[in-house]
Design a protein around this ligand. Structure first.
Ligand code: PGA
Length: 251
């Protein structure tokens, strides 16, 4: 079975609710229909307006983070239930900016994944090595550790609702994307890890997105790799025309 391509935008801390609505209207004009599934991970404050604006489109709106608890005294945090009610269908979890700047551990990320799944939000687990780890030859070990601890003992059924994004830290926001071969190799490492633990059928159906300086110029080649099932796009997802070009490169 061929996996459907997914093109996801990660807006990070950009765009107000009004700007989000404008973007969605523009994107819909540019992409009235697509072979790819289109996802937008928007700031919390834009979720409701974006979900409403996307209602008549095929775009799915989601969040960039979630708290692991059901609810509680966690000033400034947001629960999976709140995200769902605001219209989120998915959430990014463990983005490298959250790991690095907000000290998220694999264990915490695992708890967030379980919370998202039990609330009916699709988790997009982000994994990836730093430049030092890659030059030390530790890429495989780092990915295995992030997957082992991040996924823990999820059931096959839970795994069927998961998406992985391979985002090498050295490629994020640097303009220097991984080559298609390097990306495909890393995706294969992730897929083999899943196959070993959950079986090849689970590994075959799991979407693995590539993220890190994806733009119109390199998207088609990356997306053509056998193990690359889509893209998680930061900078180039902020402009409707640039994002539309990436979506159109899905063959
Ligand atoms: P970038 O970001 O496309 O700007 O490199 C990707 C990401 O952080 O998800």
């Amino acid at each position: 079975m061929k996996r459907q391509k997914i093109i996801a935008g990660n807006w990070k801390m950009y765009k107000t609710a009004k700007e989000a609505v404008h973007f969605i209207q523009q994107l819909q004009k540019l992409i009235p229909s697509s072979k790819a599934r289109i996802l937008l991970a928007v700031p919390f404050t834009a979720l409701t307006a974006a979900a409403e604006a996307a209602h008549t489109t095929s775009f799915a709106i989601g969040a960039q983070n979630v708290h692991e608890a059901v609810e509680g005294p966690y000033t400034g945090e947001i629960s999976a239930h709140m995200l769902k009610e605001a219209g989120a269908k998915f959430t990014l979890i463990g983005h490298s900016e959250r790991r690095r700047l907000f000290h998220e551990s694999n264990l915490l990320i695992h708890q967030k994944i379980k919370r998202a799944l039990s609330s009916g939000l699709t988790p997009i687990l982000c994994v990836g090595e730093t430049l030092v780890e890659r030059s030390d030859g530790a890429t495989e070990a780092v990915l295995a550790e992030q997957l082992e601890e991040g996924l823990g003992e999820l059931s096959l059924d839970q795994l069927a609702h998961l998406v992985i994004a391979y985002e090498p830290v050295w490629a994020i926001g640097t303009g220097k994307s991984a080559s298609p071969q390097v990306a495909d190799e890393a995706h294969l490492l992730c897929r083999n890890f899943i196959a070993k633990k959950w079986g090849s059928a689970a590994a075959e159906q799991l979407p693995i997105l590539y993220g890190g300086s994806v733009k119109a110029e390199n998207a088609a080649e990356l997306l053509n790799q056998p193990n690359v099932d889509g893209a998680l796009v930061g900078g180039a997802s902020l402009d409707p025309a640039a994002f539309a070009q990436i979506i159109q490169s899905v063959g």
